[in-house]
Design a protein around this ligand. Sequence first.
Ligand SMILES: Nc1ncnc2c1ncn2[C@@H]1O[C@H](COP(=O)(O)OP(=O)(O)OP(=O)(O)O)[C@@H](O)[C@H]1O
Ligand SMILES: [Mg+2]
Length: 262
Amino acid sequence: MLKLEQLEKTYRTGDKALTGIDLTVPDGQVLALIGPSGAGKSTLIRCINRLVEPTAGRVWLDDLELTRLSATGLRNARRQMGMIFQEYALVERLTVMENVLSGRLGYVGFWRSYLRRYPQADVDEAFRLLDRVGLLAMADKRADELSGGQRQRVGICRALIQNPKLLLVDEPTASLDPKTSRQIMRLICELCAERGLAAIINIHDVALAQRFVQRVVGLRAGSIAFDGAPDRLSPEVLTSIYGEEDWEATSQQAEDESEGAE
Ligand SMILES: Nc1ncnc2c1ncn2[C@@H]1O[C@H](COP(=O)(O)OP(=O)(O)OP(=O)(O)O)[C@@H](O)[C@H]1O
Ligand SMILES: [Mg+2]
């Protein structure tokens, strides 16, 4: 279980990005974090694994208080949190397989990985994951030869090979076309279900979030403006998160999409 208690972040510039967030995510729950640009979604995700240092408050992963850990403790704890980014963050000149294996960096140590001596069990697991996401045939391709959707699948494998308890996902589909976006969201949610993994997924596309997750949290100006089931995202609620806009079209789109099979 992940637990945030009164989490605050004020950047050095004075920007108050999070103003006291309380949030509990049970094991296995996939949660979408929505909200307008600048609401604090990326900050929240990054405060959990302390890529951004919180100003105040606490973060717990099970009985481990992440906000109290020293550098070494944090390095170990980060193995339990897989990250998936919008921009994939792959090493372009390395192969798909090498990029996936780089997810084991936290375990095998720098020199061993630098010398590309990963244990056979890791290589086997990488093949299994690539097979699961439909990229087995691409294992030897260089990352810079892949499409956006393929890159994100590699990013997913790299996060999962860490064998994390929690996935932190920052706009996984923002660079992808609508159909690929749906495939990637479906894949992430299926993999979480298969592995009993919890996830926080920052996402701009409300209809996509509604279609795939069990719970939606809406951030507005660093505070939680909504927390509930996706079907409770009425136009009024969306207005309370995003401000005035015509939400009928978005809600309708979500309904249409959940009916149509692919
Ligand atoms: N490194 C930084 N230094 C100073 N201010 C920052 C920094 N990163 C973010 N902020 C500010 O913190 C607030 C929240 O930003 P954040 O990136 O978390 O929002 P977001 O919800 O992820 O937005 P988007 O949807 O555009 O990605 C914004 O006001 C932003 O300008
Ligand atoms: Mg962001």
